[in-house]
Design a protein around this ligand. Sequence first.
Ligand code: NAP
Length: 332
Amino acid sequence: MPVPSTMTAIEIVKPGGPEVLEPTTRPVPTAQAGEVLIRVRAAGVNRPDVLQRQGGYAPPPGASDIPGLEVAGEIVATAGDVLGLTVGDRVMALVAGGGYAEYCVAPAGQCLPIPGGVSVIEAGGIPETFFTVWTNVFDRAALGHGESFLVHGGASGIGTTAIQLARAAGARVFATAGTGEKCRACMALGAEQAVNYREADFEQSIREATQGAGVDVILDMVGGDYTARNLALLREEGRLVQIAFLKGSKVQVDLNAVMRKRLTLTGSTLRPRTVAQKSAIADKLRSRVLPWLEAGKVRSVVHATYPLRAAAAAHAALEADRHVGKIVLELG
Ligand SMILES: NC(=O)c1ccc[n+]([C@@H]2O[C@H](COP(=O)([O-])OP(=O)(O)OC[C@H]3O[C@@H](n4cnc5c(N)ncnc54)[C@H](OP(=O)(O)O)[C@@H]3O)[C@@H](O)[C@H]2O)c1
């Protein structure tokens, strides 16, 4: 089918609540050298999209103002050297913006084939959390086989991915979440124990679960008063990786604990990184994680889907915080 000149997309008409997300008509973007144009069938909704909608997370220079950091669909056009990708290929792609639209351009290196047995809807919810978890938990924190791992927000898109990847890599996995139902979901995904942080002190609970040893790696999106407790819970040579700070970025750190236990405190953001850096992460996902997806060892946990035009309702659902896994926009 020929590519039309215009498409339906969702724009942020002004910073605000979910209602500022409105359908609009935009020109179909053109693939530049090294990029592909994707007919979008599914677009994942992520917490950073909410921050962007609220006016707190501007797109990096050159990125689309249309929200959406991940898509899945089929390639309808290519430009320049695109690493063996061709029109008709079914791919899932990490993008720096523009996902909430019928068509989206993506750098070829940030595209991955949709593995057999994975639906296009499930694929739409994969790139953002899988790239983020891989680069933080494995590249930065070097989580190893037999080590112990704690992820906060275990029922989130990031958390459900982190639990499964860490488990698949042979780690002992622990999680925190805000309800008993979410904790049970974390355990069904492979967590040995999940702590409802509203009912129990996670530091004490995880210490007990590890016979006082603590854990080797923590993936944290909370910050605030969690930071000191995270550092206290880490074993010698432990690594704390920060990917967000829902309870605040200004924290007090006891450097004595860092020195005494030889800890590493690190973190990263994904969106502003270069195409080369994101493509390097894609290469690792291609060799290490696609086989796990293909074998059903890890899966994309989709909580709910919404039509593209109902992006506002999808954001409201994400912010209601009752989901386990991903919320995905579905396109015809
Ligand atoms: N640095 C990066 O590269 C990067 C990339 C992607 C995402 N992120 C960040 O990672 C986080 C998760 O993203 P997502 O898309 O997976 O989001 P999500 O599915 O909306 O999940 C957010 C989670 O945060 C938990 N939460 C909210 N407020 C909390 C609080 N005060 N204390 C403890 N937990 C709280 C909620 O779980 P409970 O109900 O269990 O509290 C919820 O499951 C977001 O903060 C996002 O900005 C960072």
